[in-house]
Design a protein around this ligand. Sequence first.
Ligand code: KG4
Ligand code: ZN
Length: 340
Amino acid sequence: MAVYILGIETSCDETSAAVVRDGRQILSSVIASQGGEHSKFGGVVPEVASRKHLEWLNPVLQEALERAGIGWHDLSGVAVTYGPGLVGALLVGLSAAKAIALALDIPLLAVNHMQGHVLANWLEEPLPELPAVCLVVSGGHTDLLLLRGLCEFELLGQTRDDAAGEAFDKVARVLGLGYPGGPLIDRLARQGDSRAIEFPRAFLEEDSLDFSFSGLKSAVINYLHRATQQGVAVNRADVAASFQQAVVDVLVEKTMLAARRCGVRQLLLAGGVAANSALRSALERAAAQQGCRLACPPPVLCTDNAAMVACAGYYKYLRGDFAPLTVNAVPYLEPGQDAY
Ligand code: KG4
Ligand code: ZN
C-alpha cells in the first residue's frame, strides 16, 4: 500500500505544505513565500513571519491536498519541521501538524530542518550513494556533514560566524538590491567580472573544515564606503560577481578537501544557497576533476519547502520513529540531532 506523507514547513519565511508518495513522488508542493512581506525591513521579522504563517497555513494545506488529489483520510503520516528556526514560526506548523495527527490518528513525524534540506537529494534520480559528504548552505547554516546512513550525520565543519546565505543577504542589502539577497546577487553577478575586485577568502587554519564569512562581508562594506567617500562610481555587478566568487571558492575547496579526507566519492549540495548557479557549476567541475559524483536538488527544492520535510518524514515513518504529541519547537538544533 502506498504511503502518503503530508509535509509542513514554517521554520522561517516560507509557508509550505506538500504531499509525497512513497518518499519519492511529489504529488503536490505549495510554497507561499513571504519575501515581499519582509523586504522593506531588509530581513525576516520574526513576529511578522509567525503572523503570516498563521494566516496562510490553512489555505496552503487545503491546496496541497487538492492538488495531490487525495483526502485527509488517505494520509499515512504528517511530517513537520520542529527545529532549527524561529520559535514562533515553528510553533505554527508544529501545532497544525499535532492537530492533524491527533484528529486523523496518524503518526507525527518531527523533522530536523537541516536533515530535510539534505534529504531533498532523495527526491531526485539517481538516488545518491552513501557514504557522502554534504555541503549544507542556507540562511542560518554553513555545514559540512559526513553522511554514513540516511539519518547518521557527523559534523565535519561549520561556520564560526555568518552563514553563507546571511553574507549574501547582507551584501545585497548594502548594494541596495533587496531581500532575499542570494537570488538577486546570483542574477546581477552574471553581468559582472568575478576577477574585478580581490576580496579576501578565509581558509582559516590549514586543513580546517570550518568557515568564516564575516571578514568578507566587512571587506565588501568597506570597499563600498571607501568608494562613496572618494566619490568613485561603483560597478555593482563587479562587486556582486567578485563577492560571490570569494564565497564559492572557499565552499568548493573545503568540500573537496572533506571528500578527500573522508575517502568519499559522493557529494551532496543542499540548502537555499545551493540554488546559486555559480556554486553549482563550480562544484560540478571540481567534483568531476576529483572523480566524484555531485547530487544537487533543483533550485526549487534547495530553498525552504515542505516536500523535503515529507521526504525526511517518510524515512522516519519507515523506521517507526514517531514523535509524541508533547514534542516542542527547538530553535537551536544541530544537523544530526533530534530532541524528542
Ligand atoms: O534554506 P533557505 O531557503 O532558508 C534557510 O533555512 O535559511 O535559505 C535561504 C538563503 C537566503 O539567505 C537566500 O539569500 C539564499 O538562501 N539563496 C541564495 C540563492 N537562492 C537563495 N543564495 C545565493 N544564490 C541563490 N541563487
Ligand atoms: Zn532552510
